[in-house]
Ligand binder design. Structure first.
Ligand SMILES: N[C@@H](CCC(=O)N[C@@H](CS)C(=O)NCC(=O)O)C(=O)O
Length: 206
């Protein structure tokens, strides 16, 4: 059994490090930087032809796309994975929703308010994202009205994927979404999350 997670912890690799800790998986982290030359090296491109982090190699099997990696790891471990076809469909639903409906907005807001150097920020893009994100947060607020987690009463990989995409949401501000705020704090307060967050600390960046 060998699992290699490529990517510095203060990047989307955080999502996979969080999952590995939740699932109790032993791993080696190769902390390539998203600005570094290693991710353009042919040896890495053979693992991830996108020249981005993260990627994994699990017992020789390469895989990229942070959220897809988490689905693979959870299903393989048989943990954080709801029972049945419908539960699995809900995991896909929430993960695709996070990737397509939420990530572009929270990403644009974060990049254009605090991540990019000030000269490169475009306030109009941040404002547009900030105007559109609440509609997605309202979806979560509605769903969490009658359950503690996205798929019933147990934390699943769907919660992890959505909460990880929304990692910057507390900075965005969740005061108007009380249930989302407490759900997010609950997810990020788990031991697995805390272990992965601690790994981000030395570099902190993205
Ligand atoms: N959809 C991809 C995005 C990967 C991605 O863009 N990663 C960033 C770091 S968080 C990166 O490697 N950027 C370098 C670049 O775009 O050149 C995923 O979720 O894995």
């Amino acid at each position: 059994m060998s699992l290699i997670i490529y990517g510095m912890p203060a990047s989307r690799a955080f999502r996979n490090l969080w999952a590995a800790h939740e699932l109790g998986l032993a791993y080696v982290n190769v902390p390539y930087n998203f600005t570094g030359p290693e991710i353009k090296d042919p040896a890495y491109l053979a693992i991830n032809p996108n020249a981005t982090i993260p990627a994994i190699v699990d017992d020789g099997f390469p895989l990229w796309e942070s959220l897809a990696i988490n689905l693979y790891l959870a299903k393989k471990a048989g943990k954080l994975w709801p029972a049945g076809l419908q539960g699995e469909a809900q995991v896909m639903q929430w993960t695709l929703w996070a990737a397509t409906e939420v990530e572009p907005l929270i990403g644009a807001w974060f990049y254009h308010t605090m991540f990019l150097p000030p000269a490169q920020r475009k306030p109009e893009l941040a404002a547009d994202a900030a105007a559109r994100l609440p509609k997605r947060l309202a979806v979560l607020e509605l769903v969490l009205a009658n359950r503690d987690y996205l798929i019933g009463d147990e934390f699943t990989i769907a919660d992890l994927n959505v909460a990880a995409v929304l990692f910057r949401a507390p900075k965005f501000g969740l005061d108007a979404f009380a249930r989302v705020k407490s759900w997010h704090a609950r997810c990020c307060g788990r031991d697995g999350a805390k272990a992965a967050i601690a790994l981000r600390e030395p570099t902190k960046a993205a």
